[in-house]
Design a protein around this ligand. Structure first.
Ligand SMILES: Nc1ncnc2c1ncn2[C@@H]1O[C@H](COP(=O)(O)OP(=O)(O)OP(=O)(O)O)[C@@H](O)[C@H]1O
Ligand SMILES: [Mg+2]
Length: 382
């Protein structure tokens, strides 16, 4: 059989998202290329062309981009100057690098929502911890507030929640934004996809539950426990956001639903996202296949769920660092409807995302119970 397309697709990033993209690309026998630092990374075994290099380095990204026809990403902290140059030279780059410049800086991203009149919480810019302290003194900001480093945050690592002056020791010393702490009822996310024709498709809203010790998502529920009106509002807003950015591919839009029932955009990611992992097992089209469809300008796939589902992130045990060992897998595998995805990372670390499981069950409550069982019984140790 010939290839489904002769287009060479290059992805910057070969972590778990790159691996799951490679698995989806494999089903279509696509000519996929991936750039990342090291051949031991998760995607490497699943792609014909794994190129070793640094996606933050201009030359590495530029030279990689020259080898392929379409360039996309699985992480936003890449060298956008190289992508802008590649675009100038006629390469297709999705998401558009100009939008990526905005998205990868939390300050520019917040200003974008203000400019486009899209709902988000108010914010202030600061250059350093000293400036934040001065802002407090001048009453520009007040407790409780959330400080976020403008660049290179992920999995809550560049985020500090400060409730009172006792927390000031946790202040980050870097260019940042500060926003009031939102009185959150629920954290929601909608993944939307858009192709070059401008067609947009939204997945059903998911609800995220956090592990507060690790400050990252532990469980994700689909469908979210929200009204039909809110479901529509969240999907419509996510569609507006992707159109405003004018990007192709996936866009994951994270929302806060505050206690007064207002939806606020927290942040976006223009790529496959943790909040869409369940779609591999519980949607007609997985987010990974949808990303491929969108960046290659194929028709978008149907986004409906095939079953309620709960996704649980499988995090490295808090006490271990080293070669991962799975403890308790057998009894978790015995659960009906539990699907496991291990990323193949060579080293486990406390709370590192090592894999995820999705439980599909016609009864969401049952699925939750099984997901809790997995969290409590499957230990990734070393
Ligand atoms: N203004 C806020 N008010 C209350 N909580 C907040 C606020 N901003 C962030 N948080 C909390 O911190 C979490 C991480 O923030 P954010 O999503 O901006 O950071 P991140 O590092 O990009 O995270 P991730 O990569 O996990 O999505 C949020 O999901 C939320 O639980
Ligand atoms: Mg986030």
């Amino acid at each position: 059989m010939g290839k489904s397309t002769n287009t060479k697709l290059g992805i910057l990033g070969g972590g778990q998202l790159g691996k799951m993209l490679a698995l989806a690309a494999g089903n279509w026998d696509l000519d996929l290329w991936i750039l990342d630092k090291d051949k031991t990374f998760p995607a490497s075994k699943f792609v014909d062309h794994f190129v070793e290099g640094d996606f933050k380095d201009y030359d590495d990204v530029y030279n990689f981009g020259k080898k392929v026809d379409v360039i996309s990403i699985e992480i936003e902290h890449v060298n956008t100057d190289a992508l802008i140059q590649l675009k100038k030279e006629g390469k297709i780059v999705h998401p558009d690098p100009e939008a990526l410049v905005i998205i990868k800086d939390k300050g520019l991203q917040k200003q974008f929502y203000v400019d486009k009149k899209l709902p988000t919480s108010p914010f202030h810019y600061f250059e350093s911890a000293a400036e934040v302290l001065e802002g407090l003194k001048q009453n520009e900001i007040s407790f409780p507030f959330v400080q976020k480093s403008r660049e290179a945050g992920y999995d809550g690592k560049g985020v500090a929640v400060l409730n009172s002056s006792d927390d000031l020791k946790r202040l980050l010393d870097c260019p940042c934004i500060v926003e009031p702490k939102v009185d959150i009822d629920k954290e929601l996310a909608v993944i939307v996809a858009r192709n070059e024709d401008g067609t947009i498709a939204a997945y059903p809203t998911v609800e995220m539950a956090f592990n507060h010790e690790a400050n990252l998502v532990e469980f994700l529920f689909c469908p979210a426990a929200i009204s039909e009106d809110l479901e529509r509002e969240a999907q419509d807003l996510a569609k507006k956001v992707i159109a405003a950015y004018d990007v192709c591919g996936l866009l994951a839009v994270e929302f806060f639903l505050d206690k007064s029932g207002k939806l606020l955009i927290n942040e976006v990611a223009p790529r496959p996202h943790n909040s869409g992992h369940h779609t591999i097992d519980s949607a007609i089209t997985s987010q990974f296949q949808q990303h491929l469809r969108a960046v290659l300008n194929f028709p978008l796939g149907k986004t409906d769920s095939t079953s309620p589902s709960v996704m649980v992130n499988l995090l490295g045990h808090g006490d271990y660092t080293g070669t991962p060992i799975l403890d308790g897998f057998d009894k978790c595998l015995a659960l009906e409807g539990a699907k496991f995805h291990f990323y193949g990372k060579k080293i486990t670390k406390p709370f590192r995302k090592m894999g995820h499981a999705t439980v599909v069950d016609s009864d969401l409550e049952q699925a939750k119970q099984k997901a809790i069982f997995i969290r409590d019984n499957l230990n990734i140790i070393a």
